[in-house]
Design a protein around this ligand. Sequence first.
Ligand code: SF4
Length: 349
Amino acid sequence: MSTSTETKPPNLKKPKVVVLLSGGLDSNLSTRLVLNQKIEVEAIAVKTPFCDFDCGKGCGHRVKEVAESLGIRLKTVYFGDEYLAMLKNPKHGFGSGMNPCIDCRAMMYKAAKDHMETIGASYLVTGEVLSQRPMSQHRHALRTIEEESNLVGKVIRPLSAGKLPPSDAETSGFIDRSKLHSIVGRSRKEQLALAKEFGIQDPPNSAGGCLLTDPCFSKRVNDLFVHTDGVPTLNDVELLKVGRHFRLSTEAKLIVGRNQSENEMMKFLYLDDDFSFEAIEFTGPLGILRFKNDSVLRNDLMPVAGGIVGRYSDAPRGQNIKLTVLHQQKESRIECQMLDNSVVRKLRI
Ligand code: SF4
């Protein structure tokens, strides 16, 4: 029977942390280093319109697997229009391509902070390695990202902690700094050794960056933003990922599929206001002509678009080509001159 003299046991439960998890190796290792200190961890994974997860090219499918192997809960957050609005004019500019890494990471940190507040976690853990990436992982950038997300002192970077100013978690003794690492730079030697220690089979290769770091893709993104009043739509962005792209005028762009799966994806992305083109008598790709608004050049550009789509069909070079055109659910037919390679090349984005 309890009496009034009984005292409750002290609450020995340590505060939780949230880890920004990708399917890559670094955040996996960081999580393990924290779990090793008996700290409770939950994960958040962020998907932007330009990457699967975090900076992981194609590693998105692994993130659930990684969370499962670590035995931690995972929340997934999808950035959409708000990400495109940021990309229109990122406060901290771009990297070598159209990658706004500092603003992008700040958005990810903010999403993680929201999750921390929801579940009552005190710190954020990331897999960042000092000087591994040119834009977002040098000392000053890491600090800027913390400032932008109001997380100054609240971020634990277990792989590079020894080379960075201690976080509040380290100075308060919440986590033992002496058990964290001092990795710097792009070599993955130390991470691979650590992966071996943890018994990680087939550690994934270094992921590089998202699509926005790809020079060819960046050209398309830049062209889209330059020619869009306001912010492009997610449909516009998805269309950037398929086909060959041609800038026909400041108001018109043509996309031509490169294979059957791209043609299928383009059919899915086709909007009623678009014009789709398909050759009638020969096998050929799907073309989508998209105008920014009611262009006075519409009639002039139809044969140009048809001539390019025809160029990629099986029809013999140099002959006229007949195509069906679908617009506003009405189908019509046009016949136009197939365009020369030299003309087609000039219009390619
Ligand atoms: S490469 Fe840069 S822009 Fe792309 S997901 Fe990573 S931080 Fe964001």
